[in-house]
Design a protein around this ligand. Structure first.
Ligand code: NAD
Length: 287
């Protein structure tokens, strides 16, 4: 998994200093990569992985400070340029403004990673209408806005590109604990496959990444909201059993994202359990 970057904390201020290794180093030299939800977890790791592979990075997050921190780390990681943009991906007008600004100031995005996502834990009838709306607005509509606005410009340019949507293993499996989240991710998976078929003739690849349980902020927020320490321990043990690895790091998902772009893969399950669910699901590869 360390074929692109290996992070060591060697800088004086304690920020990670990447060591670029392997044949994909500098692979994305000069390319423009935009990552949403880049302020944390999988999004930040993905921004840094592309930075280490030579890309110019736009780190988009609704959390301004977090986006700036990722942009700074991206420069340290080797990005020739990196910018932070504070945008809520579910806000259509804000996304339109961002797309116009990016086109005017940075150019056409070569690789778009729609990663921003949220989870609300709770049983179906415990979800309020507002819960459903919030989750679908960010997880589904955020991806739709990204694909329409940045993918549209990619297609119009006519020089190819790639779109990566971060779905989830939750897309494969009905859940009593995360109904809105699972629904949104199943939709993102189908959207990605539809768009892949649509753009196939234009040299634009579309990938859905389906991670299982990864150690990030979202897992603590969504899975452990309101539970006591003992219950959290029990659930973490259960996840560790289910997902095969106790500490699946976001950097490994980032590696899978970069590899998927290089290889133009359609649907990529990440973690052991996600791979099993993928193999068993009706979403098994079709094309
Ligand atoms: P995270 O909470 O660590 O990071 C999410 C980032 O997205 C945060 O920086 C947050 O500020 C930002 N964000 C949230 N809503 C936003 C919005 N409306 N506009 C802009 N930015 C927004 O979460 P993560 O685990 O890194 O999750 C990233 C993606 O991976 C999500 O789509 C998530 O559903 C998916 N995923 C995560 C796991 C996991 O186990 N962690 C598993 C499968 C899929």
């Amino acid at each position: 998994a360390a074929w692109i970057t290996e992070f060591v904390t060697a800088t004086e201020d304690g920020r990670p200093e990447p060591v670029v290794t392997g044949k994909h180093a500098e692979r994305f030299g000069g390319q423009l990569v935009l990552v949403t939800g880049a302020g944390s977890g999988i999004g930040r790791a993905t921004a840094l992985a592309f930075a280490a592979a030579g890309a110019r990075v736009i780190a988009v997050d609704r959390n301004a400070e977090a986006a700036v921190a990722t942009a700074e780390q991206s420069r340290l990681a080797g990005a020739p340029a990196a910018w932070a943009e504070t945008v809520d991906v579910s806000d259509e007008q804000a996304m339109e403004k961002l797309a116009d600004k990016v086109a005017a100031e940075y150019g056409v995005v070569d690789v778009l990673v729609n990663n921003a996502g949220i989870g609300v834990a709770g049983a179906f009838f415990d979800h309020t209408a507002e819960d459903w709306k919030q989750v679908l607005d960010v997880n589904l509509w955020g991806v739709i806005h990204g694909c329409r606005l940045f993918g549209g410009r990619m297609a119009a340019r006519g020089q190819g590109g790639h779109i990566v949507n971060i779905a989830s293993a939750a897309a494969y499996q009905p859940s009593r604990a995360l109904p809105a989240y699972s629904t949104s991710k199943a939709a993102v998976l189908m959207l990605s496959e539809c768009l892949r078929a649509e753009l196939a003739g234009q040299g634009i690849g579309v990938t859905a990444i389906c991670p299982g349980f990864v150690n990030t902020g979202i897992t603590s927020a969504a899975h452990f909201a309101g539970v006591d320490a003992e219950e959290e321990k029990r659930r973490r043990r259960r996840s560790a059993r289910l997902y095969g690895l106790r500490n699946y790091p976001p950097e490994k998902v980032a590696d899978a994202v970069v590899r998927a772009v290089v290889r133009n893969e359609a649907v990529v399950p990440v973690t052991l359990e996600a791979r099993l669910l993928h193999a068993m699901s009706r979403f098994a590869p079709r094309a």
